[in-house]
Design a protein around this ligand. Sequence first.
Ligand SMILES: C[S@@+](CC[C@H](N)C(=O)[O-])C[C@H]1O[C@@H](n2cnc3c(N)ncnc32)[C@H](O)[C@@H]1O
Length: 240
Amino acid sequence: MNSSDYWAIAEADIDIQNPVTDRKLRLLDDFCDIRDGLRVLDVGCGKAWVMRQWAERFTIDGTGLETNPKFIEAAKRKPPASGKLQFIEGPAEKFRPEPASYDVVLCLGAAFTLGGFVQAIEWMTAAAKPGGAVVIGDLTLKHRPAVNTHQHLPLDAIEMLGVVQRHGAEVSALISASEADFERYASHHRHATLRWARENPGHADHDAVLDKSNADWGYYLRTIRPLMGWTVYVGRKTDQ
Ligand SMILES: C[S@@+](CC[C@H](N)C(=O)[O-])C[C@H]1O[C@@H](n2cnc3c(N)ncnc32)[C@H](O)[C@@H]1O
């Protein structure tokens, strides 16, 4: 089964493809000083909810980098009232942004596309104008396991904030998903994949979708729910 097809099934019911709610993400309007005329780059934009709601209200010029054609199709479904958006289908790591040319560089839940959190921050700060906003959201460690489970675990939010600061952006704001927010996000995936499996019993991907759904749900229940959170770091590129 193709991973893009799986995620199109799992995220069929949601427009925001990370654990943070729409209400919390609207704080980015203020934290990024969103206004007319800004150039925005969104790495792994998915259905591009954040850029779309900005382009609805402001004359931004936004570019989304995304590999999943179904998400790009969803992002393009309703042209925005004010701004203009373009989507580049393909791996974000192949896109070469003009250095220091974007007012806002976003990457929500897609740092892995640029090789990981540190590499993503470096790539994003290089693309941002001096003083531009660099916004990255990712998993964080909230509680260390009582015994060493030898699992790969993310850094905690304070350590991640330090990484952002050491790689060229001063962090001015944090936005975190609550446990309930994360539960809702994981439950949307579980609900949509089980529904799809019920509705498509003879589909060639039926068993593979259920296998991945079971594995992801188990990982959420046993590892993410007790140990992890999800935080967006909003920084300003510091070098002038
Ligand atoms: C967790 S989702 C986040 C989507 C969106 N940023 C949001 O928060 O709503 C990660 C996104 O990265 C996309 N993606 C995966 N690999 C990619 C790559 N190599 N280049 C660009 N996008 C990629 C996925 O298709 C998916 O839409």
